[in-house]
Design a protein around this ligand. Structure first.
Ligand code: ZN
Ligand code: ZN
Length: 261
């Protein structure tokens, strides 16, 4: 398996106070330098008209761009800083350019709007009841159908947390992740999403926040990515500087073999 930053000395999935992260960007830059990292990429949640809670407002987008540009210059002798964006499939179109784009699916389209897949278990449960008649399989299949279009729609360089839909499903609480239908849905979507040959993340964000014991994506998806010879990138989906490289050590040095428990 090819992990582009297998030394764990960079992270490209980083959130700040401009969206739903806890820290000012400079705190994260200082932490990255302290950890001896070579590169730090910021990836604020791009403006989405229907979700003001997690995404950057238009005003914050302008501030984000200005501050990251200033930090790039101020710290250029110590660390390489890149200004990326995390773009949801349902973000509004923009002409703003970034150093790179992480493409993600955080919602499934439902009648009259969007259902968040990663907000809270209660929001997911209520949404599945209301829009899918309580059928988690239909909900999950809708998610995979949605995420399969992420590279084509977002024109991303990196596909973010490919199986985010499992966030609240630790211990198979809502459905069985070993079930053939589940694996089929995930792998069919994976083949579609891999057509444009983007990089995929190994994202430890759900582990850092205690939701999951395994990363996004699961081992069976990583195995398929290996067969497809798609490169991977370690990413912490950082929302708190204390977890800037959370879990990276367990993937550094084991990248020839998928063996995640
Ligand atoms: Zn995300
Ligand atoms: Zn993120």
């Amino acid at each position: 398996m090819k992990i582009l930053n297998a030394k764990g000395d960079s992270n490209y999935h980083t959130h700040t106070i401009f969206c739903d992260g806890k820290d000012e960007p400079e705190i994260l830059v200082k932490e990255a330098i302290r950890l001896g990292m070579k590169e730090l990429g910021f990836s604020g949640h791009e403006y989405t008209s229907f979700d003001g809670d997690f995404c950057m407002s238009l005003e914050n987008t302008a501030n984000y761009r200005e501050i990251i540009t200033d930090l790039k210059e101020a710290y250029r002798d110590q660390i390489s800083i890149r200004m990326g964006i995390e773009r949801d499939l349902f973000c509004d179109e923009t002409d703003l350019t970034y150093d790179y784009v992480i493409g993600s699916a955080h919602y499934v389209p439902v009648e009259g709007g969007y259902l968040s897949v990663d907000d809270t278990p209660k929001i997911m449960e209520d949404g599945v009841e209301k829009y899918f008649g309580g059928d988690f399989r239909s909900y999950v299949e809708k998610y995979y159908e949605t995420v399969s279009r992420v590279p084509e729609v977002t024109k991303c360089d990196i596909v973010g947390h490919f199986d985010l839909v499992k966030k609240f499903n630790e211990g198979n609480r809502y459905w069985d992740e070993d079930a053939p239908w589940y694996r089929d849905a995930a792998l069919t979507a994976l083949h579609e999403a891999a057509k444009n040959r983007p990089v995929f993340e190994i994202n430890t964000g759900g582990m850092a926040r205690g939701y999951r014991k395994d990363p996004y994506p699961a081992a069976f998806i990583l195995e398929e990515l290996e067969k497809l010879e798609i490169p991977l990138i370690l990413s912490s989906d950082c929302h708190d500087h204390r977890y800037l490289t959370y879990g990276f050590d367990q993937f550094c040095g084991m990248y020839r073999k998928v063996n995640i428990e």
